[in-house]
Design a protein around this ligand. Structure first.
Ligand SMILES: Nc1ncnc2c1ncn2[C@@H]1O[C@H](COP(=O)(O)OP(=O)(O)OP(=O)(O)O)[C@@H](O)[C@H]1O
Length: 315
């Protein structure tokens, strides 16, 4: 099947009198059709630039990018008709008019007749939970409500591929949860969702695969559930004990990397040292009388911090 996104040796330089800056450097990436793919990376990594190139908003300076098998430069019109774009902020929304009128306007831009446009607007307003405020000017909306309207706008053209740049910034936890449900629905409808996020829990919850980029280069692409296995350390072991000698004694062992107190009464987390045998450590813990043992692979956040580390602060 033709991939939703295929990027080959893609580069993008920004030139200015002060010098040139490489936002994307020789990037290769494939996003399969129907996949929900998350793009992670520190500030300035090139995430927005990549999404803009794929969405035909920005021209690449080298390499090639295709959406659904069509070149984003030479076939930009074809691509535009099949994608939806959701960028955060106020841009792209007409704030003096209502949410409904915004959607009707965008529906007319996609060539929908008035009746079909009204139906689409109603359906989308309900889908993003704005039906109760549909006729208020957007300038009265909170940031999260504007973000939800952006989402609705991105869906007006019934896109096969949806690009979302930081889609849940400004959403409250309930709206963010609703957003995850919505992404699940879009996925079930066979749409491809390509999203950038700084929210690791969100990426873990909604993405089939994750790509990590830094300095305009691709560091890795992996299935979300396998990302934890990329760290050359064993599973974490969570346990409960009221006996403070237990964590202290564990820290003395050469096969233990760290033992840290966790949220909750008498909860601890043991991280094995590289090469530490998780099975052996579990036995040690059982013999020490701990309770509520649970092992889990390293989280996406741990992998991210381990791979990107303090580079995330050096833009
Ligand atoms: N219009 C522009 N002119 C000059 N440099 C730019 C422009 N847009 C982006 N850049 C530079 O390109 C690099 C990548 O920026 P980009 O916005 O793609 O990063 P990002 O990964 O989306 O970051 P963030 O997580 O902060 O949103 C940065 O160094 C940025 O300063």
């Amino acid at each position: 099947m033709t991939p939703a996104v295929a990027v080959t040796s893609l580069s993008r330089e920004f030139r200015s009198p002060a010098g040139s800056r490489t936002a994307l450097a020789d990037l290769d990436l494939v996003v399969e059709a129907g996949e929900t793919h998350g793009l992670l990376g520190p500030n300035g990594a090139g995430k927005t630039t990549l999404v803009k190139v794929l969405a035909t908003v920005l021209l690449p300076t080298g390499g090639r990018a295709e959406v659904l098998g069509h070149d984003v430069v030479t076939d930009a019109r074809w691509v535009r008709r099949r994608i939806g774009i959701v960028f955060g902020g106020d841009g792209g929304l007409y704030t003096r008019i209502s949410a409904r009128k915004n959607l009707l306007f965008w529906a007319s831009m996609y060539g929908l007749r008035p009746q079909a446009a009204r139906r689409r607007a109603d359906e989308l307003l309900g889908r993003v939970g704005l039906d109760g405020r549909a006729d208020e000017p957007v300038e009265r909306f909170s940031r999260g409500m504007k973000q939800r309207l952006h989402l609705a706008r991105g869906l007006v053209g019934d896109p096969r591929v949806l690009f979302l740049d930081e889609p849940t910034v400004g959403m409250d936890p309930v709206a963010a949860l609703e957003f995850r449900r919505l992404v699940g629905e879009l996925r079930a409808e066979g749409r491809t969702v390509f999203l950038t996020t700084h929210d690791m829990a969100e990426a873990e919850a909604v993405c089939d695969r994750i790509s990590l980029i830094d300095g305009g280069r691709l560091l890795l692409t992996e299935r979300t559930e396998l990302v934890g296995g990329l760290l050359a350390v064993g599973d974490r072991i969570d346990f409960s004990t009221a006996d403070e000698h237990v964590p202290r004694a564990l820290r003395e062992r050469s096969d233990v990397g760290a033992v840290d107190a966790q949220d909750g009464v008498d909860r601890w987390r043991l991280v094995p040292a590289p090469g530490g045998d998780v099975g052996e450590l579990v036995k040690v813990l059982v013999d020490a009388g701990v309770t509520s043992l649970r092992t889990s692979p390293p989280s996406l956040e741990e992998v991210y911090l381990s791979l990107i580390g303090s580079r995330g602060l050096a833009i």
